[in-house]
Each structure stands twice: as structure tokens, then as C-alpha cells.
Write a protein that binds this ligand. Structure first.
Ligand code: AMP
Length: 226
């Protein structure tokens, strides 16, 4: 097994012990391609605010350790409080859309992300700055633009995974991790893009460790979402 690839992110439901605030080395900033979330066997439900745009949506900003493990649910005393993000709701709806069923307004998804991941870095980012910083990373990453520069479009075409990685690395200066899933017919497709962020949540960095090994085939489909 590649020692630089951790399986820990696959173990979501198995890791049970609550983590310690600040016990992480970097973040994964994770964005989801909505068509690939939706066209699986599980399916999806569009948010109450309507179908999201054809763009990457934020999944979360996840503190992670260099050894591949990650803390979670670090501070039950500081649960998600929607009043703290009152000024961000419009941007959250646009750039951090919920896709799970039944259709929601987003607060459940955002609350899950704060309670599970955000509390573990509350030494650096409070609730307001956790969401604001993550929204700003979405703008800064501009993934669709970097892919388009390499003529990689969400047009149901098949692209080499290495070309997708190279296009994003060329645009950002750091290598992403690309995760894939399977549609209802078993077609392997671009699903999520991971970019690493330094511990103080200020800059993209090369990933000290990648999340899991090999869910993308050599060639993957980039699904259209219109
Ligand atoms: P996490 O625990 O942060 O890894 O996120 C996984 C959970 O978030 C699962 O319960 C997913 O169903 C849910 N999830 C992931 N992406 C979305 C999304 N775009 N909308 C709603 N829920 C999501």
C-alpha cells in the first residue's frame, strides 16, 4: 500500500472518538460536482431555493492530520448557530448547496459540517469565519475556470484523470486530489476535488497526505449539469 495514501477518510462511520480542538496539521477543502452527487443510485434533492448552478459546490473544510487521521465533533458546547452566519446566507445558498434528500434549506448540511469538522479548528476559525473563509476559498480556487483553460468541460466527455489534476495544479500551483464515484450505469465520473489548505486557513498548500487511493479510473466522465 502507498504509505502516503491514507484510508482514514473512508472510515467516516467507524471513527467514533470525539477529537481535540486544534489537533490537526492542515485542511482539506472539498468541493463536489453536483451532477455526480445526483446521478448515483442514491440520487439527490435540489435545495428549496432551486437547482444549483452548473458549478462546483462546497462540501466542507476539514481539519486533517499528517498521519492521515482526522479529528471530528470536537466541541459539542459550541454547536452550529445559524444567527452567526446571517450575513452569508445568500452566498451559502449559491456556493454551498445542500443536495441530500429530502429537499432542505441548507442549515442541516452546514450545521453538520460545522459540528463535525469546524469545531475542531475553532481555535483558528470561529463559526462566522469558518464559513466565510470556506466561501472565499471557493472563489479563490476557481476550478471550472482552470479546467476550461485545459479544454476540460462538463459536457459528458471523458477526460484523463491526470489531465484533470494537471489543469488544476497549473491554475493553483498545488496538486489537487480527485475523487470519483459511479453513476447508475456504473460509469466512473469526476465527483469531488480536494485542495489542501495550511493550518491557519490562509493559503493552498501541497497535500501532506492524500485522502484515499484510487477511486478514479484512468479516464473519467465530466457530467453535464444543466
Ligand atoms: P462529511 O461527514 O463532512 O464527510 O459529509 C458527509 C455527509 O454530508 C453525508 O451525510 C452526506 O450525505 C452529506 N453530504 C455530502 N455532500 C452533501 C451535499 N452536497 N448536500 C447535502 N449533504 C451532503
Amino acid at each position: 500500500m502507498n504509505p502516503f495514501v491514507s484510508e482514514s477518510r473512508a472510515d467516516h462511520s467507524l471513527s467514533s472518538k470525539p477529537g481535540t480542538v486544534g489537533s490537526y496539521d492542515f485542511f482539506y477543502f472539498v468541493q463536489t460536482w453536483p451532477a455526480a452527487y445526483c446521478d448515483t443510485k442514491r440520487g439527490c434533492c435540489y435545495p428549496k431555493t432551486g437547482k444549483p448552478a452548473q458549478d462546483f459546490g462546497i462540501h466542507g473544510l476539514w481539519p486533517n492530520s499528517n498521519n492521515g487521521s482526522y479529528p471530528h465533533d470536537c466541541d459539542p458546547k459550541n454547536p452550529f448557530d445559524k444567527s452567526k452566519i446571517a450575513g452569508l446566507i445568500k452566498r451559502m445558498q449559491l456556493d454551498w448547496p445542500t443536495l441530500s434528500c429530502p429537499s432542505g434549506d441548507g442549515f442541516k448540511f452546514w450545521g453538520h459540517e460545522w459540528n463535525k469538522h469546524g469545531t475542531c479548528s475553532e481555535n483558528v476559525l470561529n463559526q462566522q469565519s469558518y464559513f466565510q473563509t470556506t466561501l472565499d476559498f471557493k472563489i479563490k480556487s476557481n476550478i471550472l475556470h482552470h479546467l476550461a483553460n485545459a479544454k476540460i468541460y462538463p459536457n459528458d466527455g471523458f477526460y484523463k484523470t491526470v489531465d484533470v489534476e494537471a489543469a488544476i495544479e497549473k491554475g493553483l500551483g498545488v496538486a489537487p486530489y480527485i475523487d470519483c464515484n459511479y453513476d447508475k450505469l456504473g460509469v466512473n465520473q469526476l465527483y469531488e476535488v480536494y485542495i489542501c489548505v495550511n493550518k491557519i486557513a490562509k493559503a493552498f498548500v501541497q497535500c501532506p497526505v492524500m485522502p484515499y487511493a484510487g477511486r478514479c479510473a484512468t479516464r473519467i466522465q465530466f457530467k453535464t449539469f444543466v
